[in-house]
Design a protein around this ligand. Structure first.
Ligand code: 4AZ
Length: 341
């Protein structure tokens, strides 16, 4: 084996650690919700026990997620109500550029890679959580307290244009959850949501092609149908004649174009409910215009990037005591090989 063999050891250790890190004692792995896919943070609903046994992120893959504590009395319409989408994030640059995002844990927000193309500098970005308005008044202490500085932006290394359009944003401080700020669940497979007509997408993007959102810049929500990829490719292939939708993408909207996302919605979450829990299926990515018939919105398929997300979130999480001796031995190699510096 000689010198060529040694990198295998840290790789194996890293797999062991990255899988072992976030598990609760007694948990057999990432829980499996009925329906097939494996969930990120899927324990039974219940009171949060964060901080009970060490730093907050220890439980990043096991803390409750996907719960809407606020349920509106009247559903429908386009303006959301406070707390209905508690994972919704606003990812803002100092120059006024903004994107949507979704809260995955106390330190991590998911968004689209292309959002960071024009402004890659971390110091220029902030993340707002728990607010319904795109532009909260500058004197609002509450809005100010819900703004987080960004420590790191990790664009998927394979991101190019609309391909692999996904990024993780590491927040500089830990998020305090409340009924308006909660994480969303993610799954390693979202096949169970194919054809679902009752998924939702949210954002502060344009409300029509060439029509910006107007004051009070209220978060918008729209109910969409998940289309399967072969149908979506069929729709897009006319008159283009070639497949545009890869397996890492997922289409949603309506074939008649009556519901869609638009400019400024990028990075935001496409979510579906299953047995009282909400799962993020897609990240708003691209489309051909907005609201055109036979041109549904195209989303990054979150489950395709589940291992990448899991790895990055695990890398920065403190490891449990049981593995401590191993961690001390292997962590420098593991970090060097797999985790962003
Ligand atoms: C955008 O530029 C954008 N109709 C997002 C979604 C769609 C088009 C554009 C889909 O943020």
């Amino acid at each position: 084996m000689g010198t060529h063999g040694w990198p295998l050891l840290p790789l194996l250790l890293s797999l062991l650690l990255c899988r072992a890190g976030p598990l609760r004692p007694g948990a057999a792995g990432l829980g499996a919700p009925a329906g097939g896919g494996r969930a990120h943070s899927p324990p039974p609903p219940g009171p949060q026990q964060e901080g009970a046994s060490g730093p907050m992120d220890t439980k990043l893959l096991t803390s409750p997620c996907g719960h809407q504590e606020v349920r509106p009395l009247i559903l429908g319409g386009w303006e959301s109500v406070p707390g209905r989408w508690p994972w919704q994030a606003l990812v803002m640059a100092k120059n006024g550029l903004f994107c949507g995002g979704s809260l995955l844990s106390r330190h991590w927000v998911l968004s689209a890679a292309h959002c960071f193309e024009k402004v890659p500098e971390v110091s220029k970005w902030t993340v707002q959580l728990g607010e319904l308005s795109l532009k909260s008044p500058s004197w609002s202490w509450r809005a100010h307290s819900h703004k987080y500085r960004v420590k790191k932006i990790i664009v998927n290394p394979k991101a190019r244009g609309v391909l692999n359009d996904i990024a993780l944003v590491r927040l500089a401080s830990s998020v305090t959850y409340n009924k308006h700020i909660q994480p969303i669940c993610i799954l390693s497979s979202t096949a169970m949501f194919q054809h679902r007509p009752d998924c939702w997408v949210t954002g502060w993007g344009w409300i029509q092609e060439n029509q910006k959102l107007l004051p009070p810049y209220h978060l918008q929500e729209v109910r969409v149908t998940i289309l399967n990829n072969s149908r979506c490719n069929e729709l897009f292939s006319m008159p283009i004649g070639r497949s545009l939708i890869s397996n890492d993408m997922i289409c949603a909207g309506a074939e008649d174009g009556s519901v869609d996302t638009c400019n400024g919605d990028s990075g935001g979450p496409l979510v579906c409910e299953e047995k009282g829990r909400w799962y993020q299926v897609g990240v708003v990515s691209w489309g051909m215009g907005c609201g055109h018939a036979r041109r549904p919105g195209v989303y990054t398929n979150v489950s395709s990037f589940f291992p990448w997300i899991q790895l990055l979130m695990s890398c920065t999480a403190p490891r449990p005591g049981l593995f401590l001796p191993l961690v001390f031995l292997a962590l420098p190699w593991v970090s060097w090989l797999l985790c962003p510096s």
